[in-house]
Structures are given as C-alpha cells and as structure tokens.
Design a protein around this ligand. Sequence first.
Ligand code: SF4
Length: 361
Amino acid sequence: MQSSQLLVERNNPALGRHDLASEPLRADVPLTREAACHFICAADDELPELLATARLARDGFKPGVITYSRKVFIPLTNLCRDYCGYCTFRRDPGQPGAHTMTPDEVLGVARAGEKLGCTEALFSLGDKPELIFPQMRETLRNLGFRSTLHYLEAMCDLVLRETSLLPHPNPGLMSSEWISRLAAVSPSMGLMLETTNESLLATGAAHDNAPDKVPVKRLRTIEEAGKQGVPFTTGILIGIGESPEDRVNALLAIRDLHQQYGHIQEVIIQNFRSKPEIPMRNCAEPNRGDMLRTIAVARLLMPDVNIQAPPNLSDPDYETLLDAGINDWGGVSPLTPDFINPERPWPHLQQLQQRTNAKGY
Ligand code: SF4
C-alpha cells in the first residue's frame, strides 16, 4: 500500500501543541491521537490529501467493494425512559404514535422482509420504558413478560425460528447477563456509543434526562460484549454538542475496545439532523466537511474495521461520503422506513447501487 505525501508544515499555527512535521499522513499506519485531533479539523487545503489517504486505507482493507445490509427495521416499542434532545422516535404512553408491537406485528414485518430478500431484522427500541411507565409494565404483563428485554428476547427467538432473518437487537444498555441471553437468539447486536463527553449529560444538553447515555455505562456494555465475543455494532453521533476532540476520544475508545476484544464489526458515523419538534431544533447540523473529516479520521484510526455512514442522512449527495473512506452504507430497507429519522427515507436500492457504481465501485 502506498502512503500519502501529505506533510504538515512544522510552523503551521493550526497544529497547536503537536508537531506533525515528523508524522506524515499514511494509509498503512494508524493515526496517533495527536494527529487525529489535528486532522479532524483539517484545513481546506489539507482535506484532499486526508481524504485520499483515507481512501487508500479503505482500499487496502476491502478493495473495490462497498456493502450494505438489506434489512427490515422492527421498532418493538417507541416508549423510552430517556429524553435525548435530538430524538423524534421516543414517545410517552398516550402520545400520538406511541406503540409497542405485538408478536403478530413483529412476525408480519419479518415475513414481508423475507419475501423482499432481506437478511436481517434490526430491532430498535426505547430503553427500559417499564422503569418509569406503569402503562408499559401493564402492556408487558398482558404480553406475558416481566421486562422489555424479556419481550425482546422472545421476539428475537420468534424471528429466528420462524423466518430466515437474523435478529440484531439494539435495546440500549445491557448487563453481562442480558448480553449473554440475547446472544443466544441473535448473532450480533449493537449500541451506539455516541460520545464520551460526560458534559452532554448536563442540564439543557443533548443527554440531559437520559440516564442510559452515561458514556462509561455504554462503554461497559460494549466491553462486556467484547468479553463474550459477541459481534457488535457501535458508532458516534456528531453534532450533538461535542467538540472535534471529543469525536476523536470516542473513536479511540471504540478502537481500544476493538483492539482488546476484536468484536467491533462496524463503526457508524452518524450526523445529527435537526427537526422542528425536537428540543435541539435550533442547533446547527454538522456540515459535509465535518462528516468527511470525521469519517476519514475514523478510517485512519481503524483501517481494518468497517466504517459506515447512513446515506439517507446525507441526501441528496450522499455518495460523496465514499470519498472519505467508508466501505459500508449500513442498513437500508426496501420495506420499512428509518423510524429514527422518518422524514429521511432510505434511497431506493437501485439508486444507491447506481450512485455507488458511478464512484467506481
Ligand atoms: S435516542 Fe434512544 S435512548 Fe434517546 S430518547 Fe430516543 S429512543 Fe430513547
């Protein structure tokens, strides 16, 4: 593999404390933390070389192939005990749209997806709603389960037994016992780290009133999955009040866990999108440059890990994300909407293929 030629000038004031002159940007050597902190804020004239190096690293990892996962999304319940400032998915009981799916509904979606050639059932759901909502406790009691996780376990088992789809649960924080139980009925699972910045838990910040978004708890879940050898999907959410350095710290935390346990199957770089109904509606969205820099740095920190970005959150020109070194579009469904960002439909699969092909893949 070639290395890129970018050498940063020794006296570049943008470098701050770190002297990168002796540290050329290379596709075959993972970035140091200092270099990552620099390049995540790369100047415009550095960007082409940064992206070219990230593409080289991607091509050294999986040359010529960009993948996606054809799946159905199963929003098992949109009740949630957290109140993230950017979320339009969650509901309180009684709010319009509040819903917990029945087993028949779960199976109906899975079977319809099976007919369309889907291979995975991604369960997305709120975190432990029964802890604060008696209505959810009653719903679960009527269904015959003690907790949302017990119900999720049964629904994963149902999909696994009755269809050809592979369940992939995303239920939020999990104990070691629950990782083990869910691993028995699903070959992989996921939890977005989102950030390692604890100040986002402060009053008025993105994770104010979101007890399941404490970074150390999320890292513990990801680590526990590693200890048990469970293939795991995680990632970061950018534009929720974190700094560029925070993004590097979160990526490094994921890299460290992957180096220790080797279980991270993909890292998602997700961009915050504003919506009129959310508390964070007046916050600025990350721009394309932020996404490109973050993806490129993620690629160069983890050259041998799948790096993905959701195409629907970067419409209409999502294919430019390929320039920064992603090798996977993540889950795209021919059947179900993106329940987390319902206003942003998945691209048609044919269009996704055409645009990916046009980039040379
Ligand atoms: S993002 Fe997830 S944890 Fe946060 S409020 Fe929405 S559903 Fe709950």
